[in-house]
Design a protein around this ligand. Structure first.
Ligand code: CAA
Length: 240
């Protein structure tokens, strides 16, 4: 039987590429999404990957959604915490709502998704948790106090949980994408985006597949000795 993988924010952007790459690698994939029904329906029609709607910011919705995925497909072996949002603003303009939304989805979301799955993974003595952090959690980013804080928190979460999962056969790793050509990055004003690209040594934005291939590797049996790691894929923009 093939392993089951659950990808949050899995019907668009980097998440869609991850869902498709895991399917291609032989996993049975469930893609969670929060809002865009049209994109999810199109994604399912094109890929055959089932989509499930709930907000990762809502703990009870995560528990219920995971229960539904497991009833449909079997126990989740691989969780990819990919769902993320931006609400960029210089700090003097940042509202409490912008702070709460980003922390709620990008940081609380990985707790909300991992917690309901943790006991089952421990009992089965296998699990792969892959958290999609960001270059901006490593280096900080102007106008992203909320996002940088959440993404740095994702790395701390990864390192702590890796220590707890190790003896139970569960690896927990983070991937830090740089600027990838997705709707999120295309929403940055063009002039600013050009300035950003000028700071990327490879001279271009990344592609969603660049991140998806990292996920497939970390999910594999070949990566069983890698845990608590932060895998950077940013075209050399920030070298840790
Ligand atoms: N460093 C220093 N100063 C900066 C700056 C920077 N990186 N970026 C902007 N500024 C300055 C501007 O020059 C301007 O200064 P002046 O007032 O002296 O002209 C000021 O800050 C900006 O003031 P504005 O009133 O114009 O700011 P705004 O409220 O319109 O906000 C912005 C504009 C949100 C900062 C916009 O420039 C922006 O979106 N920047 C990009 C932020 C970014 O990189 N976000 C990442 C999104 S992608 C992502 O998050 C995915 C991932 O993981 C990589």
């Amino acid at each position: 039987m093939s392993r089951v993988a659950l990808v949050t924010g899995g019907s668009r952007g980097i998440g869609a590429a991850i869902s498709m790459a895991l399917k291609e690698a032989g996993y049975t994939v469930a893609a969670n999404y929060a809002g865009n029904d049209e994109a999810a329906a199109k994604f399912t029609a094109e890929t055959g990957i089932k989509t499930y709607k709930w907000s990762v910011a809502d703990y009870d919705a995560c528990a219920a959604g995971i229960a539904q995925v497991e009833a449909d497909l079997g126990p989740v072996d691989v969780l990819v915490n990919n769902a993320g949002i931006t609400r960029d603003a210089p700090f003097h303009k940042m509202t409490r709502e912008q702070w709460d939304q980003v922390i709620g989805t990008n940081l609380n979301g990985i707790f909300n998704m991992t917690h309901p799955l943790w006991t089952g993974m421990r009992e089965r003595k296998f699990g792969r948790i892959i958290n999609i952090s960001s270059i901006n959690g490593q280096k900080g980013q102007f106008a992203q106090a909320n996002y940088s804080a959440a993404k740095a928190g994702d790395i701390g979460f990864t390192k702590a949980l890796a220590q707890e999962g190790a003896r139970a056969g569960i690896t927990v790793n983070a991937i830090c994408p740089g600027y990838i050509a997705t709707e999120m990055v295309m929403a940055v004003p063009e002039k600013v985006r050009e300035q950003i690209i000028a700071t990327i040594p490879v001279g271009r934005l990344g592609e969603t597949g660049d991140i998806a291939r990292c996920v497939v590797f970390l999910a594999s049996d070949d990566a069983g000795f890698i845990t608590g790691a932060t895998l950077t894929a940013n075209g050399g923009q920030y070298m840790t």
